[in-house]
Design a protein around this ligand. Structure first.
Ligand code: ASP
Length: 439
């Protein structure tokens, strides 16, 4: 068995956390390739090293003095080095960073140094070889991952070494300069390495014991999910649940490698398994609940619309012409409801309404705002009677008015719309009926 392990910023925020990561890696000889993030927050209100580096870049780009900021950043690393009892000296590395930023300030280069330096320390600490992702991860002209070249070069490079540290978050752009993924992108690097190494498991170590059934800010201590499929995860992430960068799914998914989300601070917890498909029954009928506030619904009514060919297309065209993407589209016989993000829609609403009038000649167009959407997701729902009924009666008991219902065509989710102010109580009511009362 071969495992690729990625540690997030909070798992490597200081020497104490670094030691926990080291213990985890050493506890299992199958953990052969390690992807570190940059040091993250040590306490709430702390600043991530990546953000400090971006501040240094801003200073450099505006001709300011960045040496004070670089000194603070160096102190973060020196604490780790001292705490681990290493003799590494980052003086030369910081001299190069300072010089490069002064002569040619480059945002991605600045941001990437957080992972680069943590990788240097991790490699020294474990005695694993250091592989610079600049040499093995490539982006194409459009700035997206060049999957083919990366997989080829990286697989060849990994085949030469049994153990390696590969910093997360960056690679080489088509212009030969350092390029980063979007924020949180070390998750993607881990997935790319796992795919190229043909690993058996991609372990993603963070500061929670896996993906939780729902948002811990709404339900205190929600249960972690044991196993979730990629499709369920996509539904929940779309609705705002986040533990893993969305783009981290594709590389491992295409090779059938499961992802195991684990907690560096509670290494004995099994965490969450993210898999292609599973015979394992979910513990509850539902796998997870996620939601977001801030939607509005545009309700278009026209008698006999069902027999008017092309009606739906014209309605959607009105949104397309204003460059607005729609989120959901529940419809009735004489009504169509288009749900959009309020903040994208507000500026353009009158434009959209008049286009709908011009294109479709409706009886009426009404706009309802202040809508929150809640997705109840679960592969188990398909084969269970009464799931929808339970959701609706839970909401009725909690005296919450349902303003919209949409069952995903995959039968993997039921989406309900409620007023923004009912959002939290609606999630609590649904969680209670399925999880607390074990249905
Ligand atoms: N250090 C980067 C960030 O803060 C990437 C990562 O942590 O995954 O976004």
């Amino acid at each position: 068995m071969k495992k690729v392990v990625k540690f997030g910023g909070s798992s490597l925020a200081d020497s104490g956390q670094f030691k926990k990561a080291g213990d985890i890696i050493r506890a299992d000889k199958e953990r052969v390739y390690v992807i570190p993030s940059a040091p993250g927050k040590r306490f709430s209100g702390d600043i991530k090293v990546t953000d400090m580096l971006l501040m240094a870049y801003d200073l450099a780009a505006n001709g300011g003095d960045l040496d004070g900021m670089l000194k603070e950043i160096r102190e973060r690393y020196d604490e780790i080095i001292r705490g681990l009892g290493l003799s590494l000296d980052l003086g030369e590395e910081f001299r190069i960073i300072s010089e490069t930023l002064k002569s040619e300030p480059n945002r991605d280069y600045a941001a990437s140094r957080g992972e680069y330096l943590n990788g240097r320390i991790m490699s020294e600490y474990l005695g694993y070889e250091f592989i610079d992702p600049f040499d093995v991860i490539f982006f194409n002209e459009e700035g997206n991952l060049n999957n083919y070249k990366t997989d080829k070069v990286l697989a060849a490079r990994l085949s030469e070494t049994d153990h390696a540290v590969i910093p997360g978050f960056y690679g080489q752009g088509k212009d030969g300069k350092v390029k980063t993924f979007s924020r949180g992108g070390s998750d993607i690097t881990g997935s790319i390495v796992a795919a190229a190494a043909k690993a058996d498991i991609y372990e993603n170590w963070t500061d929670v014991s896996g993906f939780l059934v729902t948002d811990p800010r709404i339900i205190s201590n929600p249960e972690p999910i044991h196993t979730i499929t990629y499709r369920e995860l996509r539904e929940l992430s779309y609705m705002g649940a986040s533990v893993l960068h969305e783009d981290a799914i594709f590389p491992v998914r295409s090779k059938g490698i499961p992802i195991n989300i684990r907690n560096t601070n509670r290494p004995n917890d099994e965490g969450t398994w993210i898999v292609e498909s599973t015979a394992r029954k979910p513990k509850y009928t539902i796998t997870g609940i996620a939601g977001k506030k801030g939607f509005c619904a545009v309700l278009i009514t026209k008698a006999m619309m069902n027999s008017e060919i092309g009606f739906g297309r014209k309605v959607l065209q009105a949104f397309e012409e204003s460059n607005i993407s729609f989120e959901h589209m529940p419809s009735g016989i004489d009504t169509m409801n288009i749900v959009v993000h309020e903040d994208e829609f507000l500026d353009k609403e009158q434009q959209v309404v008049s286009t709908i009038h011009r294109l479709t000649k409706p009886d009426s167009v009404e706009i309802e705002s202040g809508l929150a959407l809640i997705a109840v997701v679960g592969r188990g729902m398909k084969s269970m009677r009464g799931t929808a009924a339970r959701i609706f009666s839970a909401l009725a008991h909690a005296r919450i008015n349902i303003r919209m219902i949409d069952q995903g065509s995959s039968e993997l989710n039921i989406i309900v719309g409620v007023a923004n102010e009912d959002f939290e109580s609606a999630i609590r009511a649904i969680y209670d009926i399925f999880v607390t009362t074990q249905l």
